[in-house]
Write a protein that binds this ligand. Structure first.
Ligand code: UN1
Length: 507
């Protein structure tokens, strides 16, 4: 990338990194990366990777700001979140367009992404007047016991490109509400969305240093952030492979760490299901966001009695989807994020056909003609496969679903649970006993009944089991357990030394 382009862009759009309340000019010596529209190839902006001394400056300014931000009353912190999100709500259409341009999903979905950030602010602003601890009894007379939440400190937040505002909001907003300061490193595919989001927080009057924004690759900038001694907590959403590295490091360094990673989510369709609903659910779950959600439906397990009917209808609907630029209101499905992701999906189609011997029911190819010529478009793809195949076991992160036949509800549940991942799962049935059995036995963090595997709401815990997570949940009150530490408080008003019951117990 010629140096002049960065300069031109920096002049036009201003400087990008946000450190200690200032938009700081990126060092021109560092690695430069382009932000291109995945539908058209158009160059949207050019960024410079944050150099290590600026990562250090960001973490230090967050550490300094933490000292006073933690003392701002939580209801007041909540009000600032509301103010920021009122600004984002006014810029919602612009924000959705920025997102669609840089990551491709259709406008209806990017509006939803921005709305999810706004809803998250509503939720956590209210939490400013709760942040409940416990008051409880004491073993001893004249002694009062309670637990209160403490902020953790500087939080390093590393976010993906598929929900460029919603996922940063799940981390930044509860972190701030709890009294922490943050350094955000968004994915390099969606820097403009992150900038707009942070701008809204700045305009709302978040004090300098409380929110910082840096850019670059995970292996360099993300790593420097995670390793910074002032960073007490790392929250990451992305691949299980990277999450494992982060978790390993944080374990050894005694840092708090929350990981939200991959999925291989399945929808079960039983013989008594409402078939219209089941087909629509699978289409939305598998091809919404071009299959690039961690909650995407990538396996559909169908009872043998309705298998042929379901497959025929699912394939027909997939073939009818209009693939194209997300800015065009008639588009159903946008592009993949970049050329690398297209290669990954192509590789899995190849694996499905050759190695697994799966039957391709529809799709399977990159779309390269006409209006799609310059973009990273891929056909909605459906395989008929078996549970042990790689395409039915590994996360693909693209518009590829594998339909699997099962002879009973029990077999379908066993196939669903036979996975390295455990994020989201769905069952379509009208039998209440099987509904309750699925609720009890599905090994996932999220279980849907007669609804697709995508569509989680912001006030419930979000996350999963097995290789999907490390025991934490984002969203809802459960995120407060990530962004606070518990403190137990004992107040003795007896005016004498009272020993705890263990030291005085006489049977
Ligand atoms: C993701 O899948 O990466 O549940 C996040 C949903 C959205 C969030 C998805 N609310 O589909």
């Amino acid at each position: 990338m010629p140096q002049s382009l960065l300069e031109k862009n920096a002049k036009e759009v201003g400087a990008y990194q946000f450190i200690n309340g200032r938009w700081k000019k990126p060092a021109k010596k560092g690695k430069i990366f382009e932000n291109r529209n995945p539908s058209t190839g158009e160059l949207l902006s050019v960024y410079a990777e944050t150099p290590s001394d600026d990562v250090d400056a960001a973490a230090r300014s967050a550490q300094k700001a933490f000292g006073h931000w933690r003392k701002v009353p939580a209801p007041r912190r909540g009000e600032l979140l509301l103010k920021a999100m009122a600004i984002l709500a006014r810029r919602k259409e612009e924000a959705a367009q920025v997102e669609t341009r840089e990551m491709g999903k259709v406008l209806k979905e990017t509006r939803g992404d921005v709305q999810e950030a706004i809803d998250t602010a509503f939720y956590y602003a209210g939490e400013g007047r709760r942040l409940f601890g416990q008051t409880t009894t004491s073993e001893l007379a004249d002694k009062f016991c309670m637990s209160v939440r403490m902020p953790v400190g500087v939080c390093g937040l590393i976010t993906p490109w598929n929900f460029p505002m919603a996922i940063p909001s799940w981390k930044i907003l509860p972190a701030l509400l709890c009294g922490n300061s943050v350094v955000l490193k968004p994915a390099s595919d969606t820097p403009d969305s992150a900038r707009l989001f942070v701008e809204a927080l700045q305009q709302a009057g978040i004090p300098d240093g409380v929110v910082n924004l840096i850019y670059g690759r995970g292996a360099t900038v993300g790593k420097a952030l995670m390793e910074h001694p002032d960073v007490r907590l790392v929250s990451f959403t992305g691949s299980s492979q990277v999450g494992g590295l982060i978790g390993g490091f944080c374990g050894k360094a005694f840092k708090k760490c929350s990981l939200e990673m991959g999925g291989k989510n399945a929808q079960i369709v039983l013989e008594d299901a409402n078939m219209d609903l089941a087909v629509e659910g699978a289409v939305w779950g598998a091809f919404g966001t071009s299959g690039q959600r961690c909650t995407a439906t990538s396996r559909v397990i169908v009872h043998a009695e309705v298998y042929a009917e379901f497959l025929e209808r699912f394939v027909r609907r997939a073939r009818g989807l209009k693939v194209g630029d997300g800015l065009d209101p008639s588009t159903d499905m946008g592009p993949l994020i970049n050329a690398r992701q297209v290669r990954t999906v192509e590789k899995y189609v190849e694996i499905g056909r050759e190695e697994d011997g799966a039957k391709l029911a529809t799709g399977g190819k990159k779309i390269s003609g006409g209006a799609c010529a310059a973009g990273h478009f891929f056909e909605p793809t459906i395989f008929e496969g078996r549970p042990e195949m790689r395409i039915a076991r590994e996360e693909i992160f693209g518009p590829v679903a594998t339909v699997i036949k099962a002879r009973s509800f029990e077999e379908a549940m066993a196939v669903l649970n036979d996975s390295d991942y455990g994020l989201s799962g769905a069952v379509y049935t009208r039998d209440v006993n099987r509904v309750m059995r699925a609720v009890a036995d599905m090994e996932t963090g999220i279980t849907y009944i007669n609804a697709p595997t995508i569509g989680a709401e912001v006030h419930l815990p979000f996350g999963g089991v097995k290789r999907t997570g490390n025991g934490h949940r984002e969203s809802g009150t459960s995120a407060l357990d990530i962004f606070t530490e518990w403190k137990s408080v004992y107040i003795d008003y007896s005016d004498k030394l009272q020993k705890a019951q263990i030291d005085t117990y006489e049977g």
